[in-house]
Design a protein around this ligand. Structure first.
Ligand SMILES: [Zn+2]
Length: 414
């Protein structure tokens, strides 16, 4: 039995059939549909010479023991956002399963190194707003105290929801045991953006995940009557915010891969007959280079102060969340690029804007790389998320090639 990428596509469709409705995939972590997806996945393991278990954080591990304890990890996530796409996360898992099957067959159940496939628990954070939960437990970067009291829209705490699935948050640190012998981590993912499609390339090697600065910015002016207040005497908080919304394009535009987004803007009192007295905005800034990220943050702060003063307003900033950029392992990036070139004839290196479990694994010090496959229209987290079947098949073959090259590297390096 050799690698069969067509089977991966067929299994992705099977999973979609089982866990999507007319609005898209509904495999939200810690829900019944997600558990159904995991049970279905377990049926695919029957007959393989593997060990299967869930760790203390609910991560789903499939282990094919090799001649060496040194281990290649291949990862993905079966959970989705509500009304999500059919490929985000599940392509990674099912392509990884195909690679594992190939190793089991080719080496009669005993590959040169141990191969482990992991389906991370709750990558998306869709229900409780905490992404990368299972992989952070694995990496030892979890935040149990802050997370256990998070609630979903029905008021159920994260701790209770996890307990219902047999996961006790107190035991999270035990998931760190799974790091033993891990020599490398590889992950295939849909790009979720338009870059590869624009370039006409099926596959790309991922340099790392961008760091994020996420802030709430509030401009304070003065509410005033829209009829009675002359234009020159206004302290219009929205005017200051609007200037910043345009300026962030210039701030990001100085750097080739940087992005800045003002995704939310609320005006108070927010009625048609009043000058805006208070305007609450959010800003999300991302880049792979920590220096660029710091510069963009500083420039946005300076610009906000300038615009506030021009409009006779004041401004305050508060950090919502931030994470440093994570650069993947340089030699594994080379191997990934090589695999992409061999399978698709071309190669391209690109950073990832979205975060992925691979970032947590890399933070734990395990050599890590990701491979992207083109997304049609650059759309993800939506039922129209799609990738050409020929590209999906190509991505399975390229992941398999990357696995082979990485195993060779593990054997040589150790
Ligand atoms: Zn994903």
């Amino acid at each position: 039995m050799s690698l069969n990428p067509k089977r991966t596509v067929a299994e992705l469709k099977e999973l979609r059939e089982l866990t999507a409705d007319e609005n898209g995939a509904q495999r939200v972590a810690w829900t019944d549909v997600w558990q159904k997806a995991r049970k279905w996945f377990a049926t695919k393991l029957v007959g393989l010479p593997i060990e299967h278990h869930y760790d203390a954080a609910g991560n789903n591990w499939v282990t094919l023991r090799g001649a060496s304890d040194k281990t290649l990890l291949i990862g993905g996530h079966l959970d989705s956002v509500p009304n999500g796409g059919w490929l985000d996360g599940s392509l990674n898992v099912l392509a990884g399963l195909e690679v594992l099957r190939r190793y089991a067959a080719e080496f009669k159940g005993k590959p040169p190194v141990t191969i482990r496939l992991v389906d991370w628990a709750d990558e998306e954070g869709a229900r409780f707003g905490r992404s990368l939960l299972g992989s952070s437990a694995f990496a030892g970067t979890h935040s149990i105290a802050a997370d256990r009291v998070r609630t979903d829209k029905d008021g159920i705490t994260m701790e209770d929801a996890l307990r219902r699935c047999g996961v006790h948050m107190d035991h999270f640190p035990e998931a760190e045991k799974e790091r033993a012998n891990a020599a490398a981590y590889i992950e295939l993912h849909i790009e979720q953006g338009p870059v590869l499609e624009k370039l006409g390339l099926p596959l790309g090697a991922v340099l790392g995940t961008k760091g994020v600065e996420r802030h709430a910015i509030t401009f304070h002016g003065q509410e005033a009557h829209s009829g009675a207040t002359p234009m020159k005497q206004r302290r219009d908080a929205l005017a200051a915010a609007a200037k910043l919304a345009l300026e962030i394009r210039n701030i990001a535009g100085k750097h080739s891969d940087a992005v800045c987004t003002m995704g939310s803007l609320k005006t108070f009192p927010g009625i048609v007959t009043a000058v805006v007295g208070r305007c609450e905005a959010t800003l999300d800034q991302r880049d792979l280079d920590a220096k660029v990220l710091a510069q963009m943050y500083r420039e946005a702060q300076e610009a906000s102060k300038r615009f506030a003063s021009e409009e006779n307003c004041t401004v305050e900033w508060s950090r919502i969340w931030s994470i440093e950029p994570i650069r993947f392992h340089s030699h594994l990036i080379d191997l990934c690029e090589q695999a992409v070139r061999e399978i698709s004839g071309n190669s391209h290196r690109l950073p990832s804007g979205p975060l992925h479990d691979a970032a947590e694994v890399s933070r734990a010090g395990i050599p890590t790389v990701m491979m992207f496959v083109q997304s049609l229209r650059g759309i993800s987290h939506n039922k129209i998320e799609d990738t050409r079947e020929e590209h999906l098949e190509m991505s399975v073959t390229a992941l398999d090639r990357l696995a082979t090259e990485t195993v060779d590297w593990i054997l040589k390096a150790n």
